[in-house]
Design a protein. Structure first.
Length: 376
């Protein structure tokens, strides 16, 4: 009977945690339903899209969780010999298998399905709207950068170790941030910061990666010749990337596009750059956690901005819009802090009830003051 009571408490705790993430589940649910309707309209495989990342993402997350649990258990087993070791080990397992672990696992599964829906929609973009903004973005970029941007980036990165750094950052580190940052954020002890990052994470993919990308439909410099017929404007860049084996990913995406298939990581969209958007969002989170980590992530985001233009994936002028947009989204979701002015505090102080209680207010020193004493 006691076991059933404990199970009931465990289930109620999980339900309470799921209710805390109700807004995230609502956004994800509405997005998945909307995308499913779009996919059905164009006779696309809905189930394939929604389950696109289930195997790889969940397997990676499960492997990371097993490593974490193994480390915790090994730490418990490494204690000196004492008769309470079995009890300590059982408590350690109980400390790991918490309601928060279950709720975060369910949330990560929902985000995984969310990304499958996003990829399915991204692969369907060309059926909804043609690539029409490349000439505009290219011309704006040429005016802003005076036509020397790629030559400057080529001079900067055309070295062995620098090329390797670009490849490692863009194709290695960034995918890990994409997949694991929501998982790490979900387990943050700071629940306000956790909810803030996950909300901005989901909204970035909805507002920027889906809506804005469809409105400003563009393919990027590396596909400029294919979508506009102008093979000269970015011909030098494309020839260089192809000769150095750096255009194989682009060729694969173009082949998938021509076949009309839905595959992991597929879909062609230049503006806005989600590489830059997610890097910027992770940088905002890093600055909220630690200034040194924030500095490292700022340098990484700058490298991603330069790499996206160097590799021909994005027009850099789009990044000038993406970065402030994401920062604005992050700031707009900050918890509101209300401070009482001196006049309002004086009026509250005048409202002294019969029992002698006076309303508390926060002083400039950060202490809560109730008129008779101060407490932290």
């Amino acid at each position: 009977m006691h076991r059933f009571k404990k199970s009931g408490v465990f289930a109620r705790q999980i339900a309470a945690l799921l209710r805390e993430d109700a807004l995230l589940y609502a956004l994800i649910g509405v997005y998945i339903i909307s995308v499913s309707i779009v996919l059905a309209t164009f006779s696309r495989d809905i189930w394939k899209s929604l389950t696109l990342y289930i195997d790889t993402w969940l397997l990676s997350a499960f492997t990371a969780l097993l490593i974490y649990v193994a480390i915790r258990l090994c730490w418990a087993m490494a204690r000196p010999e004492n008769p309470l070791r079995p009890v300590l080990l059982r408590d350690r397992i109980g400390a790991i298998a918490t309601p928060r672990l279950v709720s975060n696992t369910l949330l990560y599964v929902a985000i995984t399905v969310f990304f499958g829906a996003f990829t399915g929609l991204k692969c369907t973009f060309p059926l909804i709207r043609p690539f029409c903004f490349d000439p505009v973005l290219s011309q704006v970029s040429r005016i802003v950068h005076r036509g020397v941007l790629w030559r400057a980036l080529h001079a900067l990165f055309d070295r062995g170790w620098r090329n390797q750094l670009v490849f490692l950052s863009y194709y290695g580190v960034w995918p890990m941030i994409l997949a694991f940052s929501p998982l790490l954020a979900a387990f943050m002890k700071d629940t306000v910061l956790r909810r803030r990052y996950l909300l901005c994470y989901v909204l970035s993919w909805i507002l920027l990666g889906s809506i804005a990308a469809l409105v400003f439909m563009s393919a990027g410099p590396i596909f400029y010749g294919q979508v506009t017929g102008d093979l000269h404007r970015y011909g030098q860049m494309q020839s260089y990337l192809q000769s150095h084996g750096m255009a194989r990913g682009a060729q694969h995406l173009w082949d998938v596009f021509q076949r009309g298939a839905i595959e992991p990581g597929a879909g062609i969209s230049d503006f806005p750059s989600m590489h830059v958007a997610i890097s910027t969002l992770a940088t905002c989170l890093a600055w909220s956690v630690n200034r040194w980590l924030g500095g490292v992530m700022t340098a990484f985001t700058v490298l991603i901005v330069l790499s996206s233009a160097y590799l021909g994936w994005h027009y850099m002028v789009g990044d000038y819009v993406v970065v402030p947009t994401v920062v604005g989204l992050w700031r707009s979701t900050a918890p509101r802090r209300f401070s009482l002015t001196a006049a309002v505090r004086a009026r509250l102080g005048a409202l002294k009830p019969a029992n002698g209680f006076r309303p508390a207010f926060r002083s400039r020193a950060g202490r809560w003051v109730d008129g008779t004493r101060s407490r932290m």
